[in-house]
Design a protein around this ligand. Sequence first.
Ligand SMILES: NC(=O)c1ccc[n+]([C@@H]2O[C@H](COP(=O)([O-])OP(=O)(O)OC[C@H]3O[C@@H](n4cnc5c(N)ncnc54)[C@H](OP(=O)(O)O)[C@@H]3O)[C@@H](O)[C@H]2O)c1
Length: 271
Amino acid sequence: MQVVEAKGFKIPIVGLGTWALRGRDCARLTEQAIRIGYRHVDTAQMYDNEREVGEGVRNSGKRDEVTVVTKVQPTLLAPHDLERSVKESLARLRLDAIDLLLIHWPNPRVPLAETLGAMAKMKQEGYTRAIGVSNFTVALLDEANKVSPEPLVCNQIECHPFLNQDKVIAGCRQHQMAVIAYSPTARGGAMGDEVLERIGKAYGKTAAQVSLRFLVQQGIAVIPRTSRVGRLEENFALFDFALSDAEMQEIRSLARRHGRIVDWTWSPDWD
Ligand SMILES: NC(=O)c1ccc[n+]([C@@H]2O[C@H](COP(=O)([O-])OP(=O)(O)OC[C@H]3O[C@@H](n4cnc5c(N)ncnc54)[C@H](OP(=O)(O)O)[C@@H]3O)[C@@H](O)[C@H]2O)c1
């Protein structure tokens, strides 16, 4: 499995997204994905499925090979809350340690230095092997890298052909952080796009596979989610074709002004 390396930490370039997967289906899909070859699984405290994700990972018999990512919810970023919630995540996952722990969304009500101090403590005490962030802007990346006691290895952000994320990707590269793309098929929106369909046809690939290949070919990790076993295989079959420079350029031109799917603005309801 190809990896994206950041500050010595290796992130398998294709992972399984699990938002909205629940119960037995979630555990079964996680286990099945690992059997197919996925070595990276993405969950979060907010997804209410850490228990099932952990079960799927354990049932696969390959726990040691899998990078398990979870995220601290934005209402729990004060140090005491964060530490308690990470221990609770681990208890739900029933794993020895988390591999990569992320701040799910920034919360301007909690000083970033305090949150990152607590994240670092979690790493130093062995609750997680690495730490990172999600949904951070360029300005927040600058601040976070300045104050974090431990290296930040990634920024998980919305990324797909319909959204131009060049600025924040450049910010990540400047800080030697990996980019992990969420909603990498634009929540299935890649399907039916005329350009992606046409390019895919030439390689015997689907539009979703072209959307994913477009990202991995830039060294961006992807975490597509599916509730269908057949699509687990489809979303993993990205390494037997390559897009030409002209095709990459054409896909880039699909980015549009209102291409964002996930609205991640901080909400006062979180308090
Ligand atoms: N950090 C954050 O704030 C954040 C935010 C959003 C998401 N995420 C993470 O990123 C993961 C992926 O993002 P996402 O779930 O928003 O979007 P996504 O993976 O781009 O899209 C998932 C949707 O696309 C469909 N789909 C998947 N593969 C397909 C294929 N090959 N062909 C056609 N349709 C396909 C799925 O339907 P079926 O189930 O029917 O296949 C599902 O409805 C999440 O699950 C979560 O782990 C993180």
